[in-house]
Design a protein around this ligand. Structure first.
Ligand code: ZN
Length: 283
């Protein structure tokens, strides 16, 4: 009998939710699999399967959760839920407003600053290599001809301190670059999607995935019955059922404020179709 995975067309296939679905039982990310001849595609916990016949994963904890989620159905359910949540979220609208205001000018400055920092990082690397070479030379000299007055020691200490300082500077710069890139990513994301909430339902494929990356952290899958799972969509912010309430603070010039909603929403998904082990394997 051929291994079912020999019919996997896994690698280049696009899976909307593969980087989001997490098995609540074992914390693994779900895999996706397509059975082309059966027009059937599923998400599943790889730890439930692999251990059966894969020697490489026999040391991994076996997962009992055998949930096979039909991809098309799961994608649609998650996508529609996310769009529903965001289209009624006041926080989401507020975020869009703020980011469109803030994002216009400084985006260019950020790119310039990243370029400048990257250049400086290279220079630091070169400087550090130069000092380390020097240090090596001095230390070797000290070994060959140790001087009784310890004149070398001072030089070595100074050079070592310079290397440490450069290292500190490098770490700080790398952090700054990362922060700038994060802001840029969020800003680009907003420029692309933020203002188009009404058009979201028309997005497809990769665009949907790019959008989800901006607002959804993970989706946890728990099997709740033999033919049902619960999907818990964890948002990056408390978008779910937030409220616009009258501000009770008399000093607040804005009359309304946003009361945080929840950061997650749970939705049931009925598992359909035959179980994998009952499938006939196409040849
Ligand atoms: Zn699992």
């Amino acid at each position: 009998m051929p291994d079912p995975r020999s019919v996997e067309v896994g690698l280049k296939q696009f899976y909307l939710l593969r980087d989001f679905l997490v098995c609540a039982h074992c914390d693994s990310y779900f895999s996706g699999r397509l059975y082309r001849k059966q027009y059937r595609a599923v998400y599943y916990c790889p730890r439930h399967e692999r251990l059966r016949d894969d020697p490489y994963s026999k040391n991994l904890k076996h997962c009992e959760q055998n949930a096979y989620l039909r991809i098309e159905e799961t994608d649609d359910l998650v996508w529609n839920t996310v769009v529903d949540v965001l289209s009624t979220s006041h926080r989401y609208k507020e975020e869009i407003k703020l980011l469109t205001i803030n994002a216009k000018g400084p985006q260019r400055d950020r790119k310039q600053e990243i370029a400048m920092l990257t250049k400086r990082l290279k220079a630091i690397g070169a400087e550090r290599r130069r000092i380390e070479t020097m240090l090596g030379t001095v230390e070797a000299g000290n070994l060959i001809a140790p001087d009784s007055e310890n004149r070398f020691q001072g030089v070595i200490q100074t050079l070592k301190k310079e290397v440490d300082d450069l290292q500190g500077e490098r770490v700080a710069m790398e952090k700054r670059i990362k922060d700038l890139e994060n802001v840029s990513r969020w800003t680009d994301w907003m420029a692309e999607f933020g203002t188009k909430i009404t058009e979201l339902r028309q997005l497809t494929g990769e665009k949907r995935k790019d959008f989800l990356k901006g607002v959804v952290d993970t989706i946890r899958v728990t099997k709740t019955a033999p033919t049902q799972v619960q999907l818990e969509i964890l948002f990056k912010q408390p978008f779910v059922e937030d409220l616009l309430v009258k501000s009770s603070d008399p000093g607040d010039r804005r009359k309304y404020k946003i009361e945080d909603g929840k950061s997650s929403i749970r939705i049931p998904l009925v598992l359909g179709g035959p179980r994998t082990k009952e499938l006939s394997v196409p040849t």
